[in-house]
Design a binder for this molecule. Sequence first.
Ligand code: NAI
Length: 478
Amino acid sequence: MSFDFKVADLSLAEAGRHQLRLAEHEMPGLMAIREEFRAAQPLKGARIAGSLHMTVQTAVLIETLTALGAEVRWASCNIYSTQNEAAAAVVVGPNGTPEDPQGVPVFAWKGETLEEYWWCTDQILTWPGGEGPNMILDDGGDATMLVHKGVEWEKAGQVPPTTDEDSEEFGVFKELVRRTTAADPQKWTTVSAGIKGVTEETTTGVHRLYQLAEAGELLFPAINVNDAVTKSKFDNTYGCRHSLIDGLNRATDVLIGGKVAVVAGYGDVGKGCAESLRGQGARVIVTEIDPICALQAAMEGFQVARMEDVVETADIFITTTGCKDVITAEHMTQMKNKAIVANIGHFDNEIDMAGLGRVPGVTKTEIKPQVHEWTFTSGSSIIVLSEGRLMNLGNATGHPSFVMSNSFSNQTIAQIELFTKPGEYANEVYTLPKVLDEKVARLHLEALGVRLTELTKGQAEYLGVDVAGPYKPDHYRY
Ligand code: NAI
């Protein structure tokens, strides 16, 4: 079998395969879904373009999708998040060799340039042979944005000129669309027409989808996987509770205990980050714009302050907001010598890295990949992780398998739902029904030795629910 792909090094496949084997053991939900649907092959005929961090856990997701009949092309949704051994293992496949790869086309390696990143994203949407993809599996919405902007600009007859207002990345993005539409002026219109739907992994991508839907511009149905309870209340919170500290330790190995740490944002991600820093003995300060989340943080015993009040005294700064310009260049010039600055939100605009680069006289020293010291003319310096991109995947290996099993069980169910029920969904954003959410949770109980109490018929009647669930109304917030 020969197919196109681009990864760092296929000789890493064996190491990757060992990690996949261990990850499968820690992903009971995903493996149970693989077995449940293997015979029925519900994804037969699905051609999935996947844009999601190319990690070991994602490799198990990809092989679940193919086990259910799908064809897949994959890219990472961040320039630093690929685990090269996982990418190699997926390309080689369980039965192939580096000389004779038999797996899945992956276009991802750790440390892509922005040009390479968008090239990879284009590759997953450009299928060899006549037919294009018919499903997107997205994380952060970049693949979806490429299709939508492509269609918009094809209709307008041109890609708008790049201006000084555009970020460097948006300039690179426009250039890619310019190039692809020059080669085929209908490329994105054709791709879009073939897509049955998208399933979106994260808060930031979901936010983009709702904006498109509200504007009446969403080109195909979407399932918001993020807001499954078994995704956002687990991956975003407990996943970050684990991988934030992992990233900090691998990058800097500073003792966290006793330090003052600022967590910007106290949503699902911020809650996990604040808890883990406190667990290490840090004194944690939260910043928030939402009074409800600010009150929650205060009730948990965290000081809630404004960035400007704490910027000169804290040791560690973590952004978790999905917002922009949360830490500005001016903030960074005011920080303590050797303060650590990192972002765990989806995009790099939470920290004004471009502004930091423009501070007069500032110099940048690479301590090691994805760890940089920025020194100001005063002689004081700060340590910035992953160039302001999500540090748990840039400096470490992202969330552990067990929590990703919950997220990816939802992803797989959502792909089956949209692919097998064309016509049942309009061009809107949907969440999965609660009964499926409960199913995903159920699939993870046994591995943890949980004995769930069963309602009696009388108790169920008293509560007005079915013995088999769902147990809560849709408005319940967990
Ligand atoms: P969320 O909406 O639950 O939380 C974000 C919080 O930030 C909100 O409470 C909001 O009020 C607050 N906020 C917004 N602007 C702010 C500002 N200027 N200053 C202070 N607080 C502000 O979203 P969630 O689920 O916590 O996700 C946050 C980000 O993390 C998103 O970009 C999401 O895509 C990403 N994410 C990253 C993961 C990772 O592994 N690195 C995992 C899951 C999500």
